[in-house]
Every structure is written in C-alpha cells, then in structure tokens.
Design a protein around this ligand. Sequence first.
Ligand code: AMP
Length: 280
Amino acid sequence: MYIFREKESLQKYLLKLRSGQQSIGYVPTMGALHEGHLSLINTSVAQNSITLCSIFVNPTQFNEIQDFEKYPIQVEDDIQKVEEAKVSILYLPNKEEVYPEGMTQLEKYDFGSLETLAEGAHRPGHFQGVAQVLSRFLKLIQPDKMYMGQKDYQQLLITKALVKMLGIGTSIEGIPIRREEDGLAMSSRNVRLSERGRKVAPEIYQSLKNIEAKRGQSPLTQLLAEANAHLQGNGLEVEYLMLAHAENLQPEDDFKDHPQILIVAAWLEGVRLIDNLLLT
Ligand code: AMP
C-alpha cells in the first residue's frame, strides 16, 4: 500500500495508473475506521483494480467546534486496517494541503431544498463543507466509482447532485448500513457513549423498525409521536424523526407506493446519532 500526503505526488502516481487502464474505486472517510467503512472498502476492492481510501477530518463540514475537536483520531490503527483490507493507496492530507487558499472564502454550491431539509436544517453549512471537500478530492482522484454509505443518506443524495454539477463521470455507489448485533448503526461517534448510553442507543433503530412494522395499522402521526415518546423516555433527545420521499427527502405525511425513507437524528450524552430505514 502506498501512502500519499501531498496531492502532486498522488496525482503523478494516478496518471501512471490511468494510462494502464486500471479502474479506480474511491472511499472517502474521516477515519476512526469500523466495519461500516470496511464494507465500503471491501466492495471497492472487489469491483476495481485499484482502491484509494482517503482519511481527512474535514473542518468545513463541522458546524460545531466541539464535535470537530472531539472527533476520534486513530491514524496508526486505521493504516493497519486499510492495509489488511487490501487498499492500494491511502491519501492522508492535512488541511493546508486540502485548502491551500484557507477556509474562510470557499465556493458555494446550490443544492436547493436538499440542503435545507432534515440534516441540512439542523447542521447549517454542513453539506457545503461536504461538497467543498469532495469536489477537491473528486477532481484530484477522478475515480471511476466512489463508495458512500447509506447511513449518511442525505450526503449520498448531495454527492450524486454534486457529481452532476461538476460534470464528472464518477458513478456513486450507495452501500447499505452496517449495524452492531443489537441494531445500532456503526459510527465513529459511538465510542463516545458511556456503557449505559451504548445500551439505549439501539432504541433508535428499534423505533424505526417499529414504525415500519406498524405501517398501515395506525396513522403515521401517531406512530411518529409514539416513537418520539419512547426515545425521550429512554433519555434520547430527538432532533427530527420523519418520513420522506427517498429520492429527494421531501417530508411525507403518509405511507405511499413510491420509495420512502424514515430518517432520524437524536442526541444521547452529548453525541449526535443519525439513522435511517428505507421502506420497501
Ligand atoms: P465518515 O468517516 O463518517 O465520514 O464515513 C465515511 C463513509 O463511511 C461515509 O460514506 C459513510 O456513510 C460511511 N459509513 C459510516 N458508517 C457506516 C455504516 N455503519 N454503514 C455503512 N457505511 C457507513
């Protein structure tokens, strides 16, 4: 595995690879890697001759400084994991490398309502930050495929829109959510939960499953209110819990025939957890 910290040397190396007609799969991450990241990496390794993984905790996508400062960093451990997973190239830039022009006057992208709904409503500027970092990495790497988790479902939709906007030929591959045995969606932030917090956190997913199981039996508003009350009763503070159109995240007030998704964000012990469930 080759490790690059500078874009010039990475770019030169990629140029050589491309002339040899190698397909490049790309997995962007912020590190503190877990099985969820590894399922993206494994899919890329299976589908491409070269897999490139980046680890960069992108300051511009954090709307709370404490969240950025508390983000777990474990680079040595991560290097070992990606090497074992047969990643060919690891890109580990620092912020000066990614934002040589500084981070105060960055470009803006227009994602319409996709940016102001759900996560966008509660994390102002978050998706601009995601787009700012991914546009730089996509232009540099020009991968054939980029692998993104459905855990960050709105980010997946934003990324698809970004690729169209940039006119880049990269295909975006959405990978299903990896969960712990008790249903909790794997996340780098889970390590910040106490033992007690870790025990109640799976209630988030259970609430989504419960709504799905009872669809058609009670009105949606009642199911959402019950789930809200259940989560609050377990010490979780729900930021939003809603049913939405799976293609554009517009809120929906009833179950319909087109693809829909239940999405949730909740706070537990100062940790913000998100999850979702695609309804089939
Ligand atoms: P992050 O390091 O949190 O920015 O995540 C990097 C990528 O891994 C994103 O595309 C995430 O959606 C994806 N990811 C994170 N957690 C999971 C999970 N539990 N299952 C599947 N993909 C995940």
